[in-house]
Design a binder for this molecule. Structure first.
Ligand code: FAD
Length: 423
């Protein structure tokens, strides 16, 4: 079956909604976006991966993003306060640019929003309300929402897209089955001045005793976020500001890098983690970006997935066939599943065990043989390339799974892996 889609209403003017709006407008569709102009003081999603760069180039906004962002040449992971492993993206080789950017998020969102305006998209500065029509899973804009558009869609739109992020407007209304991740963490973050300088401007990820933290160097500040179990966090104070400030002081790793820092913003909190809708489209609707699924942010994959998904959605919508919509859903779910697998390697400790094993075996013939290979493919986790390169995926599956298990049996080396294992 082919749907003739000429008018599209998009709920949410974040990066996924605005990217999709731009692409559909370029294809000649009439696109209206419901957008809430008031945004929080600071928004998470400040570190990009190299895999997003080709999409920024296709949109034609890379130069603008570059003009207000810090250049990110790699990622650094700290196993404890003194042990750092740095991977410049150039170690990953491959076909992606060897850089990305750390972006002040409000400026990044404005860039994607302004592009959509330039491309002829119409914005309605109000939240959208949607309802069921009673006909299967069909949806419509509520009468109030529709009447406020001044008949822009000439009746109901042909398609309603949910790009409302973690609000998950359509999934919640239709009670769509979801897959949740194992983690129930909470993230608190703020911008600091006078924190220890980071050069070059890699993202820094710190493994903490009860979670992890990020330090993202922005042009004039450092974004520091802590991701931990909510009950643990509560023991640090009565409100999120107290909890954040006290946590920084109490953890020796964070203290080392922030002891002279001054918090310049309020503290923002995010507490729903890893949720993936098992259906990405219906009779007259589609989900894109976080509204379709979001993952634990450890590898900074969110904006890349949101923007890449919008490119996929634009192709499916302009094709309009059931086959195209099914393909969209299949590809989205597959990609989220692979990222989820990589995320699990951080929490299971296997990523760190591998790092330790690598260090320990560098003086052996086996280590010298496999070391550079391992470094290349581990770097590709941080660039985003490992997800869609079959070989990288296979190699990482092997080294993070069977190879570690074999080592546990002591069959590859006579030193016991349990001496090096990190859980
Ligand atoms: C702690 C944490 C850290 C993260 N760090 C990173 C990172 O370093 N790098 C990265 O790439 N990603 C990161 N992410 C993920 C990233 O923030 C998201 O993946 C990204 O914002 C998704 O974009 P989106 O357009 O789908 O949704 P959003 O950016 O959430 O945009 C949705 C928009 O819809 C609007 N909206 C909601 N309901 C309605 C309604 N009814 N009507 C109209 N508008 C509505 C909202 O106001 C918002 O403007 C992180 C996420 C978390 C939780």
């Amino acid at each position: 079956m082919k749907r003739s889609i000429k008018t599209v209403a998009i709920i949410g003017g974040g990066p996924s909604g605005c990217t999709l709006a731009t692409l559909l407008s370029r294809k000649g569709m009439r696109v209206g976006v419901f957008h809430i102009e008031k945004r929080p003081e600071i928004i998470v999603g400040e570190s990009l991966v190299p895999a997003i760069i080709p999409y920024l180039q296709k949109l034609g906004v890379e130069d603008e993003v570059k003009s207000y962002s810090s250049y990110k040449p790699g990622a650094s992971v700290w196993v404890n306060k003194d042990e750092e492993a740095t991977s410049p993206f150039s170690f990953g080789g491959g076909g992606l640019p060897h850089y990305a950017y750390n972006v002040p998020r409000t400026k990044f969102d404005k860039t994607i929003f302004d592009l959509a305006v330039r491309e002829g998209v119409t914005f309605f500065n109000q939240p959208a309300k949607i309802e069921k029509t009673g006909n299967g899973d069909e949806l419509k804009l509520s009468d109030d929402t529709l009447s406020s558009t001044d008949n822009f869609f000439n009746g109901q739109p042909d398609l309603i897209v949910d790009a409302s992020g973690r609000s998950r407007t359509i999934s919640r209304l239709l009670d769509i089955e979801t897959k949740k991740g194992d983690r129930k963490d909470v993230a608190v973050f703020a911008h600091l001045s006078d924190a220890e300088k980071i050069e070059p401007y890699n993202i820094h990820l710190h493994r903490l005793e009860k979670g992890w933290a990020w330090r993202i160097p922005l042009p004039d500040r450092i974004s520091v976020g802590i991701v931990v179990n909510p009950n643990h966090l509560k023991s640090f104070g009565n409100n999120k500001e107290e909890q954040y400030d006290n946590y920084l002081k109490s953890d020796e790793t964070l203290l080392k890098f922030t002891q002279n820092a001054v918090r310049q913003t309020g503290v923002a909190q995010y507490d729903n983690y890893q949720l993936i809708s098992q259906k990405m489209y219906g009779s007259n609707w589609l989900l894109t970006g976080d509204a379709g699924g979001f993952l634990d942010p450890i590898f900074s994959s969110g904006l890349f997935l949101a923007i890449k998904g919008a490119f996929r959605a634009a192709d499916a919508i302009s094709e309009g066939t059931d086959i195209a919509f099914t393909k969209y859903q299949k590809e989205q779910l597959y990609e989220l599943k692979i990222w989820q697998k990589l995320v699990n390697t951080w929490y299971s400790g296997s990523l760190f065990t591998l790092f330790k094993v690598g260090q320990d075996r560098m003086d052996t013939a086996f280590g010298r043989f496999i070391g550079p290979h391992m470094q290349r493919h581990l770097t590709r986790i941080f660039s985003g390339e490992a997800v869609y390169r079959g070989y990288s995926r296979g190699f990482l599956n092997f080294v993070l799974g069977p190879m570690i298990s074999l080592m546990k049996l002591g069959r590859l080396h006579n030193r016991k892996l349990s001496d090096l294992e990190i859980k």
